[in-house]
Write a protein that binds this ligand. Structure first.
Ligand SMILES: [Zn+2]
Length: 576
């Protein structure tokens, strides 16, 4: 298995060497896309939501090059911009800061998006339909060629709970097959795929991960935790041979159409299983073709010492692409029944899986925070979040100033009142995967937690009332980064499968609060609030122009608002 990783690393190292020179040049340098020399431009004649402290509206805004130079009344802004300034009439449309997506996986996700067939819930409603599609694909694919699929979700795609060797063998034994669960934390392989990765019956479980076995101790094909299935994915040639830079640039093109101007990589290193992800990111930035900024969080699985040895530190990069924190993982996925819970899941005696135990978490928090890193820790289950809060508290007691570490809990799915209190006291922020409510809300209520505990899912309003800074995110590839849809999900909390049902109505937030969660709050969590997240003088000119003010429409129609233009770094990067 380790040999499998090593081989793939060699392949990717080749790509990294090619781009090495470019990345070294761009590292620490000013972003390439800022090279324009345009004079001042005034935007006026519409609704301009600055998302400043008071959520004030401005009559006009002026930019010069990539920077906002004036915001305020039309007369003041025109005077500040000078007589020669160009003027853009917004024609009654609405300008907002560009959307900031606090938790996505675009570097590894881009190649997955490009090389794995989507078989998720937006395409097939049942497992039978999924299996029929795999059979259809087998019939059209030469023997020996890989078939790899993504976003299978037995939680919402009705049928079996998991895919095993038996399911795959009933379709074909001639193709290596791998299916990635929508959570990104589970995978299903056939024997041919596991063999290709060198995973045999004698394989040992990596720490915090599992090759699931049956009652006789035989492998079933179900694999828990990325650490364990990465070798299978890496054995898939289309994946390991894809051009990571082109795929990444192409993906961010799509996201800019949704108004995303700053995204994030919350598992930096996941593509190459090495710090070479940083070189890929910086090389992409140096092309001047990235349409979104990106903030990256090195992933714990390759070891902090690996990142240190590569010379990668908090803040490395430039205003387009930069390292913004360190990523740890306390547990798995609730809908995958691997989130760590205080009480067993409904109808089971399982409480989930700790990916890192408390001692490990605490040691990593202290080590990273003492070296200046911001800390983001994945926590889905309430017991997983207990561990995270215990680790932060222990770090504080060991002398770490948590306000310097900007601790944030990723997904932060289940919160009890006592945990909200602790988060407030410790100064810990939350980032909610709001699609857990919209897409999985029914499953969470009926199959995972029961009605009462489901009320504790994504407690955005309680966090707001407690003064806890929070953001909304897609966790792409778990869901797609469509900010206006995520805002609608948080404002309405309706369920995809039961549109008339509102899950935990007391946790609905206002449109203004949801906009903050997708702009300035996200900028803060990504250590970029002095650059982006609001339309204020001195900040970078990242903004979107919408056809309608999200505050003025029926909340159930927010997702239907059109993004007409996206501007990033003073340049129009998308026009409808
Ligand atoms: Zn994630």
């Amino acid at each position: 298995m380790i040999a499998g990783i090593a081989n793939r690393r060699d392949v990717l190292k080749g790509a990294a060497a090619v781009i090495g020179a470019a990345s070294l040049m761009s590292r620490g340098a000013v972003a390439q896309t800022t090279g324009q020399t345009t004079g001042p431009t005034v935007f006026t004649g519409g609704t301009i939501l600055t998302v400043d402290e008071d959520f004030s509206e401005a009559e006009a805004i002026a930019i010069t090059g990539n920077t906002i130079v004036a915001v305020g009344t039309e007369a003041d802004v025109r005077a500040a911009a000078g007589q020669g300034a160009a003027v853009v009439d917004l024609g009654g449309r609405t300008m907002l800061p560009g959307f900031c997506e606090a938790h996505t996986h675009p570097i590894s996700g881009a190649i997955v998006d490009a090389t794995m067939e989507y078989i998720g819930m937006a395409r097939f409603r049942t497992t039978d339909e999924v299996l029929a599609r795999i059979a259809e694909r087998a019939a059209e694919t030469p023997a020996g060629e890989w078939m790899v699929f993504r976003n299978f979700d037995p939680a919402v795609q009705e049928g079996v709970d998991e895919l095993t060797f038996a399911d795959f063998d009933a379709i074909t034994t001639e193709h290596p097959i791998f299916v990635l669960n929508a959570s990104g934390h589970l995978g299903y392989a056939n024997r041919m795929a596991m063999n290709a990765a060198g995973i045999g019956e004698d394989a040992e479980d990596p720490e915090g991960a599992e090759y699931v076995r049956d009652a006789d101790g035989k492998l079933t094909g179900v694999i828990k935790n990325q650490v364990a299935f990465v070798p299978v994915v890496m054995a898939y040639p289309a994946f390991s041979e894809a051009d990571p830079i082109d795929a990444f640039i192409g993906l961010l093109d799509k996201w800019s159409e949704q108004g995303v101007t700053t995204c994030s990589d919350l598992g930096h290193g996941a593509l190459t299983q090495s710090p070479a992800d940083f070189q890929i990111m910086m090389a992409a930035a140096s092309t001047g073709r990235l349409k979104s900024r990106i903030r990256a969080y090195p992933f714990y699985s390759m070891g902090a010492e690996t990142w240190d040895a590569a010379g990668i530190s908090m803040g490395d990069g430039n205003p387009i692409a930069r390292i913004a924190g360190y990523k740890l993982v306390a547990d798995g996925s609730n809908q995958g029944f691997t989130g760590l819970q205080r009480e067993p899941y409904v109808g089971t005696d399982s409480r989930g899986l700790a990916y890192m135990d408390l001692d490990w978490l605490t040691g990593e928090v202290i080590d990273r925070a003492s070296k200046g890193w911001h800390i983001a820790i994945h926590g889905n289950g309430d017991a997983g979040i207990d561990n995270i809060l215990d680790a932060f508290e222990a770090a504080r007691d060991a002398g770490i100033d948590l306000s310097d570490a900007r601790p944030r809990i990723e997904h932060c799915s289940i919160l009890h009142d006592d945990q909200i209190q602790r988060m407030r006291d410790l100064g810990v922020g939350a980032s909610f995967l709001i699609g857990h409510v919209y897409y999985w809300g029914q499953f969470m209520r009926d199959e995972v937690f029961g009605e009462d505990k489901a009320q504790l899912l994504d407690r955005a309003k309680s966090a707001e009332d407690a003064g806890i800074g929070f953001t909304l995110h897609s966790d792409f590839m778990v869901t797609d980064p469509v900010p206006l849809h995520m805002i609608e999900m948080a404002v309405t909390r309706r369920l995809w499968k039961e549109p008339d049902y509102v899950l935990a109505p007391q946790e609905r937030i206002s449109v203004e609060t949801a906009i903050r969660a997708m702009t300035i709050n996200a900028a803060y969590q990504m250590n970029s609030e002095t650059e982006v997240g609001s339309l204020e003088v001195g900040k970078l000119a990242d903004f979107v122009i919408l056809d309608t003010d999200p505050r003025s429409v029926d909340p159930d129609r927010i997702k239907d608002i059109r993004v007409l233009e996206t501007w990033m770094d003073g340049q129009q990067v998308y026009s409808a």
